[in-house]
Design a protein around this ligand. Structure first.
Ligand SMILES: Nc1nc2c(ncn2[C@@H]2O[C@H](COP(=O)(O)OP(=O)(O)OP(=O)(O)O)[C@@H](O)[C@H]2O)c(=O)[nH]1
Ligand SMILES: [Mg+2]
Length: 470
């Protein structure tokens, strides 16, 4: 969809002109204009030990976070070569090399500054970082609730929870309520993390976790504040993506132990690592497996090897597939990366608002009015506001789904909006768009519909017009 991104970019440029003699505002606006050119910023946030760093590593396919001691937010930017820049609190930035140490990568310890850091910037070559910058956020604590800052620093957020219960997603709701565009939910996804631990680590834990996630996603109060709820076992995804020959050989040795002997040894981490393990596999190798795969991962790998995943590639692929990371990546692409322009426009508008309220003068007033016009008038935001309000509009389930699909709730690509097969031709798309346009023009005039329903229909009509006349 067109219109919003150029309008917001233009607003930023005009603001830079109007405030060119106000040093603080000028520097800040230059920062915003630079950010406008950058990839989408996606924060991986959530409480302590929810698996944030592990998930970041799984997304980039490398054990990289945390890159050194201490607790600082780590930004990871796609770049042709690896490099780290550390920002000590109150001191000048320091750069350092990233080195491989055993099975993981770390910033050269000699380059790592003493004392607390404000942030770390990593440049890292990974295909998955195309169009995305990741933030491995620091968990809030009672003394410093950082969640609001994280939501403000990023264009979109994956919020990790151990249970997708409502109190746990309160920060997501708060961020949604703060969004000045009334389109807060568009930038958040809830991740039911460490999904292998759901249901006490039973072998079908991942299936149960997916069901739990789906159950939460279907609840109105959850859907109103985030785009999706997805179950992911980051540890399993990372283990699959970084599996070594040694891991595979060791897992095969475990799988070769007769079932009756192995079962008791797989009941707990202590037994698996203990002295009475029924195979000549050194304790340090078993400890390593536990660390990298978790007990669930070891058990799943054993089952998979026994049932036909008999090569490293096959086993690794199956672990990754079951981890749920593929679904997560697909959702990140469909709901965030494909919508990068709207998300970035939203960030810029949210940041410009307070500036225009504190600065005065005719230029500032004019810009503030223009900002309001953009927020109220942009079709992209109308779609998002309609999405957020859809559940309260008393449409039948079928119609609500059709509206949701057409206005981009399942993804913004025309083929997704029109519900066609991915290899539909342009003329298929055009024909369907015209059909939908006629249908929704009629719906928009239906006397038996409520005002809210007819307003939603008008938004759909506008979407269909854009789809038909692409
Ligand atoms: N079983 C299981 N354990 C996991 C998973 N992801 C992470 N863990 C474990 O959970 C612990 C914390 O993981 P991290 O990735 O460091 O979590 P974090 O949220 O970055 O932690 P902090 O930065 O300290 O808040 C580690 O022991 C991980 O091995 C998972 O998917 N399954
Ligand atoms: Mg961490």
């Amino acid at each position: 969809m067109t219109g919003l991104a150029p309008a917001v970019h233009h607003l930023l440029l005009r603001a830079a002109e109007v405030f060119q003699d106000v040093p603080r505002a000028r520097a800040w606006l230059h920062g915003q204009l630079e950010r406008w050119e950058e990839p989408l910023r996606l924060a991986i946030a959530g409480g302590r030990q929810t698996g944030k760093s592990t998930l970041v590593n799984a997304l980039i396919g490398e054990r990289l976070c945390p890159p050194g001691p201490g607790d600082a937010p780590v930004w990871i930017h796609g770049a042709p070569t690896a490099e780290a820049i550390m920002y000590p609190s109150g001191g000048p930035p320091v750069s350092g090399l990233i080195r491989r140490e055993g099975d993981r990568s770390r910033v050269d310890p000699d380059a790592w500054p003493d004392g607390p850091l404000d942030r770390v910037d990593l440049r890292w070559p990974a295909r998955s970082l195309r169009g995305l910058t990741l933030l491995d956020a620091v968990a809030p604590d009672d003394a410093e609730p950082t969640d609001a800052r994280v939501f403000a620093a990023a264009d979109a957020v994956l919020y990790l929870v151990r249970q997708a219960a409502l109190p746990e997603i309160a920060p997501v709701r708060a961020a949604c309520d703060r969004a000045p565009t009334g389109a807060g939910a568009v930038g958040s996804m809830v991740v039911l993390a460490r999904a292998d631990e759901v249901g006490g680590g039973r072998i079908d834990a991942l299936t149960s976790a997916k069901q739990v996630a789906r159950g939460h996603r279907d609840r109105v109060e959850v859907r109103q504040v985030c785009q999706d709820v997805i179950a992911v076992a980051g540890l399993l995804a990372l283990a699959g993506r970084t599996m070594t020959e040694l891991d595979f050989d060791s897992l095969c040795q475990v799988a070769a132990v007769p079932r009756a002997d192995l079962e008791p040894a797989l009941l707990s981490a202590d037994r698996f690592a203990g002295a009475s393990f029924p195979a000549p596999l050194p304790p340090e190798v078993r400890a390593e497996l536990l660390d990298r795969y978790g007990l669930f991962g070891v058990r799943l790998a054993v089952t998979l090897i026994r049932t036909g995943s008999t090569s490293k590639a096959a086993l690794a692929a199956e672990l990754v597939r079951r981890s749920g990371i593929g679904d997560l990546r697909e959702s990140i692409g469909r709901l965030f990366t494909d919508r990068a322009d709207v998300l970035k426009a939203r960030t810029a508008l949210a940041a410009l608002g307070p500036l225009l309220r504190t600065e005065t003068g005719p230029g500032a007033n004019e810009l503030a009015a223009e900002l309001e016009r953009i927020v109220a008038g942009a079709h992209e935001f109308r779609e998002l506001r309609t999405l957020a309000a859809l559940d309260s509009m008393a449409f039948t389930e079928e119609l609500a789904d059709e509206v949701r699909r057409l206005i981009g709730g399942f993804g913004v690509a025309p083929v997704i909006r029109l519900g066609l097969h991915e290899d539909a031709t342009d003329s298929d798309l055009e024909a369907e768009a015209w059909d939908m346009l006629h249908r929704w023009r009629e719906n928009a005039e239906r006397p038996d519909w409520t005002v809210a329903q007819r307003q939603a229909a008008h938004v759909v009509v506008r979407t269909c017009e854009e789809l038909a006349m692409r």
